[in-house]
Design a protein around this ligand. Structure first.
Ligand code: ATP
Ligand code: MG
Length: 634
């Protein structure tokens, strides 16, 4: 375990909650100061900063106006529409007040829900901020979701207002949104919902429903000079609802509070992300995901940073586009995902050397396991440390990460380092629930209280909150992450995959993640998925689906077979024959959720000749087709 400052801070954050978090609370503005840091009398329904009254929008904008009115708050860069728009804190304040005026005019008030179904445009961020300014609750639905997923989220949140746009753009193609919303509203049962549509001029003559649909530009004009005061809300007041990715089942509506979230994010910008007020910050996620909520919108703005909103792909117009942004805006901290870096890794590495990246201090990656080759490649290419963050939609900010703003601890490859301050973690035996020592594999759990910023409950379903997350073991309840982990003798954690991604080969339990890492050690493997497939002899056998870097090596079936053996041997060398995939199939793409997570369950279903299930969160339907074809080809 790191011996110094990190340990001291972490110990204090979990042992002396009142003193530690009471101090951290001073980072934000309170209209009414909290009387304590924590009220856990109704655990696991915790109440952070009871008695406190605040507002997220005030902390993100108004509070900075005296010092930063002319500093850039938001830089929007779209390589889809070839646009760059910048907003100072002063201009952001005006835009958000106008939109809050529009919303108020349409009847939105405290506690009402506003559903935001938007592409990556500044107006989406204005809508989030205007919503919380009014004390209303937003539910951002990823702009890539189709009508059925959207309808389910509309029914769950019952919004008074839906903010949308005529269309998004992807790879230069216009993707109409409004018709999908119209379809979703046909499926959903919220007759009173109003619609505010931003017309980007991408689709001509988008249909409007009289009396229900309002035009953003026209309404903005009407409310041009509105000043809308911030609604002061209790710390525990819900700020938003956000659904988990749905990788393992029915998405859960995570409900976030206001005060705890603001404090957690504010502290993280210093302790984890080493970003000072005024610095430029570039998070490449999407506002439809938790990383986007926390680290495109709220954390950088609460911190007084300049946040960059990027609409487009990392490879268009060329694979240097992100690094040019880093150079042009002197970005100091960047936050992305392993998936995105793997996409770039297939490109010419010369792109990493083309721009002046001297401003950049760290690259943070989150969302899925970070494999060693990807981590090495990007760290060497950029010349900065890569920091693996492990977290969940539920927590809103990292559970495991190095915290270089506290202490620059050495990083170990394949490990997201240590428990974040505020998180008291245990690795529990899956059967007995006993807390395990170093070196043992078990389920990663958080001992209550969940720190500030974590979910308060499942929206509209307190019972599901308790039964899903706090009911895995006998005895005093602990929060289950449903991920396997181990901790080594130095205190570093390793995530070994999801608890439902385990396969049982002839009585040996293997995490698909471990086998994937072994497959990935082969030099020609860009990406892979390993699933367990039913086998009459062994119970289950691992089967691998591989995307290669150099496809000329698998052109004919002969080299294919040779290549398959090479990959199998790589696994033998890493974990032994027990983990060896019985088959290695080569495909051009793997089925993933829209947030870039592998849909192993669907691949497995196909491999076992079953129905692949609910595919509404699928990124690219042709990827599933490829898996099907690869299986057919034998
Ligand atoms: P659902 O809960 O609906 O099945 P999901 O778990 O994919 O969906 P998210 O909250 O987006 O939804 O993802 C969190 C999960 O992603 C974690 O529980 C973990 O399995 C995985 N994950 C996130 N970051 C990392 C990381 N750095 N290393 C390994 N796994 C990670
Ligand atoms: Mg999950």
């Amino acid at each position: 375990m790191a011996g110094g400052e990190y340990k001291r801070v972490h110990d204090r954050s979990v042992a002396d909650i009142e003193q530690f978090w009471g101090g951290e609370a001073e980072r934000i503005y309170w209209h009414e100061k909290p009387r304590a840091a924590l009220d856990d009398s109704r655990s696991p329904f915790n109440h952070w900063f009871p008695g406190g009254q605040t507002n997220l929008c005030h902390n993100a904008i108004d509070r900075h106006l005296p010092a930063r009115a002319d500093q850039h708050a938001l830089v929007y860069i779209s390589t889809e529409t070839d646009q760059t728009r910048t907003f100072t804190y002063g201009q952001l304040y005006r835009e958000v007040n106008r939109l809050a005026g529009v919303m108020r005019g349409l009847g939105v008030g405290r506690g009402d829900r506003v559903l935001i179904y938007m592409p990556m445009v500044p107006e989406a961020i204005f809508a989030m901020l205007a919503t919380v300014r009014l004390g209303a609750v937003h539910s951002v639905v990823f702009g890539g979701f189709a009508a059925a997923s959207l309808a389910a989220r509309i029914d769950d949140a019952k919004p008074r207002l839906i903010v949308t746009a005529d269309a998004g753009m992807r790879m230069g193609k216009v993707i109409a949104l409004k018709p999908l919303l119209d379809e979703a509203l046909g499926l959903a049962s919220v007759p009173e919902a109003q619609v505010l549509m931003l017309d980007r001029g991408l689709v001509s003559g988008a249909a409007r429903v009289a009396g229900r649909d309002h035009d953003y530009a026209r309404m903005r004009g009407v409310h041009m000079n509105d000043e809308v005061p911030c609604e002061w809300v209790p710390s525990s007041h819900p700020s938003y609802i956000l659904y988990t990715s749905g990788t393992t089942g029915r998405p859960k509506g995570v409900q976030r509070d206001t005060g705890g979230y603001a404090v957690a994010l504010a502290s993280s910008m210093e302790y984890i992300y080493c970003s000072r007020p005024g610095d430029a910050w570039f998070c490449t996620s999407d506002i439809g995901w938790v990383v986007g909520h926390s680290y495109i919108v709220y954390a950088p703005l609460i911190n007084g940073s300049t946040t960059i909103l990027y609409e487009g792909l990392p490879t268009r117009p060329d694979p240097g586009v992100w690094w040019k942004i880093v150079q042009d805006y002197r970005v100091t901290g960047m936050f992305s995902s392993p998936t995105a870096i793997r996409v770039l890794k297939k490109q010419d590495p010369a792109w990493l050397a083309r721009y002046d990246l001297s401003s950049l201090k760290y690259l943070f990656l989150a969302g899925e396991p970070l494999d060693e080759p990807t981590s090495d490649w990007i760290s060497r290419g950029l010349g900065v440390p890569v920091i693996d963050n492990y977290w969940q939609t539920e927590t809103g900010w990292p559970i495991l990460t190095a915290q270089p703003g506290i202490e620059d601890t050495p990083r170990k490859i394949g490990s997201p380092s240590f428990a974040t301050y505020g998180y008291k973690l245990e690795i529990r035996d899956e059967h007995t629930g006993a807390a395990l020592g170093n070196g043992h594999k078990g389920v990663l759990c958080i001992v209550p209280p969940l720190p500030p910023g974590c979910m308060s409950t499942v929206w509209g379903d307190d019972e599901r909150f308790v039964s899903t997350y706090f009911s895995s073991f006998e005895g005093p309840p602990v929060y289950t992450t449903f991920d396997w982990a181990t901790r080594d003798e130095d205190g570093y954690y390793f995530i070994l995959g999801r608890t439902d991604d385990v396969i049982n080969v002839a009585g040996h339990r293997l995490g698909t993640r471990e086998i994937e890492e072994a497959v990935q050690s082969h030099a020609n493997v860009a990406e892979c998925a390993v699933v367990g497939v039913a086998d009459p002899l062994k119970g289950q056998v691992p089967v691998a689906f591989v995307v290669v870097k150099d496809s000329t090596r698998i052109d004919s079936p002969v080299t294919n077979a040779a290549h398959e053996q090479e990959v199998q041997r790589a696994v033998d060398a890493h974990i032994g024959g027990i983990g060896r995939p019985s088959r290695v199939h080569f495909v051009a793409a793997l089925p993933k959720t829209r947030s870039g997570k592998l849909l192993r369950r669907s691949i497995q279903a196909l491999a076992e000749g079953r129905d692949p299930g609910d595919l509404t969160t699928l990124e690219d339907p042709t990827a599933l087709e490829q898996v099907r074809n690869a299986l057919k080809a034998g």
